[in-house]
Design a protein around this ligand. Structure first.
Ligand SMILES: [Zn+2]
Ligand SMILES: [Zn+2]
Length: 322
């Protein structure tokens, strides 16, 4: 049975059309042929990237081999600090100068490692670097938001197959985050605690441990979408402790193992929503959103703001747990 679901946080609707995914070729697949022979992110090719900003290393100096995680400026940055910050508002038309930062986190020295085959220790280093870079970037008062995301696979927008994430320091708060802030300020109780409770009742939980829970959102935009929340109110991702990073890495490892088993390592997008630096808040849970790239958004979605999802969240959880 098809039904429209209103997203509890954002002003958008999702049309659940179970069974549509069973059409032949309904899900996108890509086979990237790549041996990493010319990859600039592989260990030993440090000179192929702009000079590094940061790293976790076992040995060697900056821009030498011996690293576990390496952070470099994006070679073609979307934003730079060369521009002076400034708003322009002319009636209907507003603009902000493209002031900001754009860093690439090379998550592993190995070309063949991905979230699908990394161990918990390797995953935890990625989160530790996210935390470290966020804390450092937050010192720049002109950056209003630090946005962490990852594209894996060409159809998900990754220009390199070597596992990496990106961090953008933005001069504004992203509209989706603003929408969440508006939504929670209208509510006395914690909306995120409520979303978690409802997911438990609806049996949309994939896995949980003492600190985190992974669930399929009520109005999942895409098939097999998973959101990871801390169980307690925690507004700021960068305040995550080492113990929590270990818990989170365990959950992430399990999610990707299940994706690998059931969906054969699909392309995906991943991002973190955390509370903006200048705002104080109790009723927020930062969250990690993982969206496998199995369907493409096209004319209907772009024009209407309504998304078609062929795999309702409860079905997704049942299949991922099988
Ligand atoms: Zn590589
Ligand atoms: Zn809460």
């Amino acid at each position: 049975m098809t039904n429209f679901r209103k997203d509890p946080l954002y002003n958008r609707w999702v049309l659940m059309v179970p069974g549509r995914g069973k059409r032949p070729h309904a899900f996108y697949r890509e086979k990237e042929k790549d041996d990493g022979k010319v990859c600039p992110f592989c260990e030993g090719r440090e000179e192929k990237t702009p000079p590094e900003i940061d790293s976790f290393r076992v040995k060697g100096k900056a821009n030498e081999p011996g690293w576990k995680i390496r952070v470099v400026p994006n070679k073609y940055p979307a934003l730079t600090r060369e521009l002076k910050i400034g708003w322009v508002s002319k009636g209907l038309f507003q603009s902000i100068k493209g002031y900001g930062t754009h860093e690439v986190i090379i998550e592993t020295p190995s070309h063949s490692k991905t979230l699908y085959n990394m161990d918990e220790e390797e995953i935890s280093l990625i989160f530790k670097m996210y935390r470290k870079r966020t804390i450092i970037l937050k010192e720049d008062k002109n950056l209003k938001y630090i946005f962490i995301f990852k594209n894996y696979g060409r159809i998900a927008g990754a220009s390199f197959p070597h596992s990496h994430s990106q961090i953008l320091g933005l001069p504004l708060i992203p509209p989706f985050v603003e929408e969440e802030i508006k939504r929670i300020s209208d509510s006395l109780n914690c909306i995120y605690c409520h979303l978690i409770l409802k997911a438990r009742k609806d049996r949309r939980i994939l896995t949980k441990n003492s600190d985190f829970i992974a669930l399929a959102p009520y109005a999942s935009l895409v098939p097999y979408q998973i959101t990871v929340f801390p169980l307690e109110h925690k507004p700021y991702f960068e305040e995550i402790s080492d113990v929590e990073i270990n818990s989170l890495s365990r959950i992430i490892k399990e999610i990707f193992q299940r994706y690998n088993k059931i969906l054969r390592a699909p392309a995906f997008n991943f991002f973190i929503h955390t509370f903006p630096r200048d705002k104080r808040c109790k009723n927020y849970h930062y969250h990690l959103q993982i969206m496998p790239k199995l369907t493409l958004q096209a004319g209907f979605e772009m024009g209407s703001g309504i998304f078609i999802n062929p795999v309702p969240p409860k079905t997704a959880i049942r299949e991922l747990k099988s």
